[in-house]
Design a protein around this ligand. Structure first.
Ligand code: NAD
Ligand code: MG
Length: 395
C-alpha cells in the first residue's frame, strides 16, 4: 500500500487526485490531507478518505476542522503546528507527496519531501521556477523521485524513452515542443487586452483550474513558468524548447528526435490522466477519463505564440537567460500581480509591466539556500506592492 500526503487537497489538482485515488483504494492510502481553508470540503474529504492526519493552514479553518471531525467521531488527527506541512511531507510513513499547493507557499513542504527522499508528484511548478537548481539537487542527493503532474511535462515524460526516465541531455532528442492553448485571449488584439476584466480572463476555453493558473494561462505566463519547469525537469536548455499554440488542448506536448520523428501524447483535457500516470508511472492505471473521439475532434490547429501581445512569455525566457534569482523574482512579482489584477487594482497589461519592473529593480543574487530564495521572494513582493500603490486604479 502506497501512503500519500496531499498538499492542497481542496484545490483543482487535489480534488482530481482524490478522484483517481478513489478508483484504486487497494493501492493507495491517503495518509494526510492539507489545505489553506475551505473547511467544509476538507471535512468532507477527511470523512470519505479517513486520513491519519489533516491540517488547514488558516487557524480558524483548522479549529473548525477539529470541531467538525470531532462531531463526526473521526479518527483523523488535526495537527496544530505551523510546520505541519513540512512534517507530513517528510514523515517516515509517507511514501508519496502530491505537491498541489498553489504558488510560493508550496516551496517549503515540497523541498521537505525532496530532502527526505520521497516520491514527489509535482503540480506546484512554482517550486521549480523559484528554486530549480536547489530543488533538483536535493532530489538527487536524497534519491527522491520526481514525477511531473503538469499535463505538458507529464506528456513529455510519456513520450521519452522509458528506460531513461527524467534528467537526460541527449538520447537522440532534438527538442521539446510545449503546447499551449493560447488562453481566452488568443484571438484578441493588443488593444482589446488593455480592457479585459478578471471575469473574462477567468474563462479558460479548455481547462477548469484554480484562479491563479487560469490568469497565468490568460497572460501566457503559465507557459513561461512551464518552460522553466521543463528546463529543470528534463535538463534541457531553453533554446531546445519551443512553445506551440494548439487551441484544442488535445496534444499535451511533443518530443522531436534527431531522426525526424516527433512523438506526441494526446488525450482529452482532463488532469486525471496525468495524475493517474504520475501515480502509477511507469505502469498505467484507470483514471476515469474517456478516450479521445478523433472523428468528433475533427482537426488539430497550431500557430506560433505572439510574444508582442503576451510579453509574460518573453519575460520568462529572459529570466531563464539571466539565471540566478531572476526566475524567483519573476515568480514573486507575477503572484502579486495576478492577485492585484483579480482585485482590480491593476489592469491586465500591467501584470507584465509590474513583473518587468521588479526584474529590473531587484539586484542579481546567487541562490545558495532556500532561505535566500525566500528572502528574494519577500523582497520582490514588497517592491511589487509599492509599485501597485503608485499605479493603483482604485486610489
Ligand atoms: P487551487 O487554487 O485550485 O488549489 C490550491 C490548493 O492549495 C488548495 O487546496 C488551497 O487550500 C491550498 N493552498 C493555497 N494557499 C496555501 C497556503 N498558503 N498554504 C497551504 N495550502 C495552500 O490551485 P490548482 O489549480 O489546483 O493548482 C495547484 C498547483 O498545480 C499550482 O501550482 C498550479 O500551477 C499547478 N497546476 C494546476 C493545474 C490544474 O489543472 N489546476 C494544472 C497544472 C498545474
Ligand atoms: Mg500545464
Amino acid at each position: 500500500m502506497e501512503t500519500i500526503v496531499i498538499l492542497g487537497s481542496t484545490g483543482s489538482i487535489g480534488c482530481n487526485a482524490l478522484q483517481v485515488i478513489k478508483l484504486h483504494q487497494d493501492k493507495y492510502k491517503v495518509f494526510a490531507l492539507t489545505a489553506n481553508g475551505n473547511v467544509d470540503l476538507l471535512t468532507e474529504q477527511c470523512s470519505e478518505f479517513e486520513p491519519q492526519f489533516a491540517f488547514a493552514l488558516n487557524r480558524e479553518a483548522n479549529q473548525q476542522l477539529k470541531k467538525n471531525l470531532l462531531a463526526l467521531n473521526s479518527k483523523t488527527i488535526v495537527l496544530d503546528d505551523e510546520n505541519s506541512l513540512d512534517w507530513l511531507a517528510s514523515h517516515k510513513e509517507t511514501n508519496t507527496v502530491i505537491s498541489a499547493i498553489v504558488g510560493a507557499a508550496g516551496l517549503k513542504p515540497t523541498m521537505a519531501a525532496a530532502n527526505s527522499g520521497k516520491k514527489i508528484l509535482l503540480a506546484n511548478k512554482e517550486t521549480l521556477v523559484m528554486a530549480g537548481e536547489l530543488f533538483v539537487k536535493a532530489v538527487k542527493q536524497s534519491n527522491a523521485t520526481l514525477i511531473p503532474i503538469d499535463s505538458e511535462h507529464n506528456a513529455i515524460l510519456q513520450v521519452l524513452p522509458q528506460s531513461k526516465k527524467l534528467n537526460y541531455k541527449s538520447n537522440g532528442i532534438r527538442k521539446i515542443l510545449l503546447t499551449a492553448s493560447g488562453g481566452p485571449f488568443r484571438t484578441s488584439t493588443k488593444e482589446e487586452l488593455k480592457h479585459v476584466t478578471p471575469k473574462e480572463a477567468l474563462r479558460h476555453p479548455n481547462w477548469i483550474m484554480g484562479k491563479k493558473i487560469t490568469i497565468d494561462s490568460a497572460t501566457m505566463m503559465n507557459k513561461g513558468l512551464e518552460v522553466i519547469e521543463a528546463c529543470w525537469l528534463f535538463d534541457i536548455p531553453a533554446s531546445d524548447i519551443e512553445v506551440v499554440i494548439h487551441p484544442q488542448s488535445i496534444i499535451h506536448s511533443l518530443v522531436e528526435y534527431v531522426d525526424g520523428s516527433t512523438l506526441a501524447q494526446l488525450g482529452n483535457p482532463d488532469m486525471r490522466t496525468p495524475i493517474a500516470y504520475a501515480l502509477s508511472h511507469p505502469e498505467r492505471i484507470e483514471s476515469g477519463v474517456l478516450g479521445l473521439d478523433l472523428i468528433k475532434t475533427k482537426r488539430l490547429d497550431f500557430e506560433a505564440p505572439d510574444l508582442d501581445k503576451f510579453p509574460c512569455l518573453g519575460l520568462a525566457y529572459k529570466a531563464l537567460h539571466i539565471g540566478n534569482n531572476a526566475p524567483t523574482i519573476l515568480n514573486a512579482a507575477n503572484e502579486v500581480a495576478v492577485e492585484a489584477f483579480l482585485n482590480e487594482s491593476i489592469t491586465f497589461n500591467q501584470i507584465a509591466e509590474l513583473i518587468e519592473f521588479c526584474m529590473d529593480a531587484v539586484e542579481p543574487q546567487i541562490l545558495d539556500s532556500i532561505e535566500t530564495v525566500l528572502e528574494v521572494d519577500s523582497k520582490t513582493r514588497h517592491l511589487a506592492l509599492s509599485w501597485i500603490d503608485c499605479h493603483n486604479l482604485t486610489s
